[in-house]
Design a protein around this ligand. Structure first.
Ligand code: DP6
Length: 324
């Protein structure tokens, strides 16, 4: 009744931004990410007869409140699947090099899904596991796989056709993704709340829905052809369109800070100097920068010199779920 799994987080190149079903976590658009080898979560789930409730330890600290609730609600789904009414002790360790705003629900819920299913004795293939992880956090369904991963939105009301598939393995393309950690990050609107508010109130959301399927088609072709300029420019434009929708929401909001903008401008300046480098940003102020390995020194040095940047953590495409 005990199992341990490791999952890596991922960064979306075509964003998931909006739900058509909140409880099953079904998206309004298909999307695509690359799994990162630099950030992972290791989770052990131990179901025990004598527990009266779930117990959650994150980085060896006991967790209560909303974070425990999220884990318990997810485990209810696993209990329902297995038909076993057992509570668990969950021990998670986030391998995130710095504290600043990089705790990821994608690696966390993917590792929790894999470890809990195995511990309670239900055997799921990767597709079923992806569907289960999706119900914990949408982006987690992509972290079941390594490399380049598409979350196919599906059409069905019950979510049976909404899961991730691998588009290319991690050794397909040796690109670099630098996570630029900012020294000061203010409290953000959660991605859950941010996407809800945008779907409900932003008149720009219709434009997002119209353009994103085209971006996805083109980026898949760019990945297949290893066309870095094409891949990077589509990812950057898609990110900017996602963030544009938040400015049209009511009340309006943005995830960007002054340093976020400085990093974006630096990336664009490097590009003007002929270095192929692109950015993408999730629901927070930190920026991820995409480039090729031969440009590592130049890109890192330039990013490190930006005022307000604390650290640069470089990843390559990483692997999917593993059991320890
Ligand atoms: C901006 O997967 O964290 O990072 O499904 O509500 O848990 P929930 O949201 P989450 O949202 C991620 C949004 C994003 C884009 C992306 O990763 O595709």
């Amino acid at each position: 009744m005990k199992a341990t799994a490791r999952a890596h987080t991922n960064i979306a190149l075509i964003k998931y931004w909006g739900k058509r079903n909140e409880s099953l976590i079904l998206p309004t658009n298909s999307n695509l990410s690359v799994t990162l080898d630099g950030f992972s979560t290791e989770t052990t789930v131990h179901f025990q007869e004598d527990l009266k409730k779930d117990i959650f330890l994150l980085n060896e600290q006991n967790v209560e409140g909303n974070a425990l609730e999220k884990v318990a609600v997810f485990l209810d789904k696993v209990r329902a699947l297995s038909g076993k009414e057992l509570y668990a002790q969950i021990q998670s360790v986030n391998h995130v090099p710095t504290a600043a705003g990089f705790a990821s629900s994608a690696s966390g819920l993917a590792a929790l899904a894999a470890a809990s299913a195995k511990a309670i004795g239900i055997s799921l293939d990767d597709t079923e596991l992806s569907k289960l992880a999706r119900q914990g956090s949408g982006s987690a369904c992509r972290s079941i796989y390594g490399g380049f991963v598409e979350w196919q939105m599906g059409e069905r009301e019950d979510g049976a056709d909404s899961f991730a598939v691998q588009v290319a393995g991690k050794s397909h393309w040796d690109i670099r993704i630098a996570a630029v950690v900012l020294s000061k990050t203010t409290k953000k609107v959660s991605s859950r709340e941010g996407m809800r508010r945008t779907v409900e109130t932003s008149p720009f959301y219709a434009g997002w829905l119209e353009q994103t399927p085209k971006d996805l088609q083109e980026i898949k072709q760019a990945i297949a052809e290893k066309d870095f300029e094409k891949m990077g420019s589509i990812a950057e434009a898609n990110c900017l369109r996602m963030h544009a929708t938040t400015l049209g929401a009511n009340p309006p909001f943005t995830y960007w800070q002054d340093t976020t903008m400085r990093v974006m401008q630096t990336v664009q300046n490097l590009r003007e100097k002929g270095i192929p480098v692109f950015f993408t940003i999730d629901a927070g102020p930190n920026v991820k920068v995409l480039y090729l390995s031969e440009d590592e020194d130049k890109v890192k040095k330039r990013l490190q010199s930006i005022e307000g940047v604390e650290d640069i953590i470089v990843s390559k495409p990483g692997s999917g779920i593993s059991y320890l």
